[in-house]
Design a protein around this ligand. Structure first.
Ligand SMILES: [Zn+2]
Ligand SMILES: [Zn+2]
Length: 89
């Protein structure tokens, strides 16, 4: 049992380090921003000066996966980064 618990902890920590991180910036009320970010600068889209606004639509390759478990090759301008096939309707 102890071994299982340890591996769960390790897995959780791995997921945290590779997943979303809380923005390190402070809000106007001097509390830590609750937005999460995946950027290396640890700033959310609100606090990151380099963030590209969603109004500046850029065509990206869909981040979805096909049934064959390969990356989708469709292009999209959707802010989710998913093509019309992978977006939830
Ligand atoms: Zn923030
Ligand atoms: Zn797609």
């Amino acid at each position: 049992m102890k071994k299982i618990t340890l591996s769960v902890v390790a897995l959780t920590m791995t997921m945290m380090s590779f997943g979303q991180t809380q923005c390190k910036s402070l809000t106007k009320d001097s509390v830590q921003c609750k937005n999460t970010t995946k950027t290396e600068v640890l700033l959310c889209h609100v606090h990151n000066p380099n963030h590209v606004s969603s109004s500046d639509k850029v065509t990206v390759i869909c981040s979805g996966m096909t049934k064959k478990n390969t990356k989708c090759k469709s292009k999209t301008k959707d802010i989710t980064g998913l093509c019309h096939n992978h977006r939830k309707q």
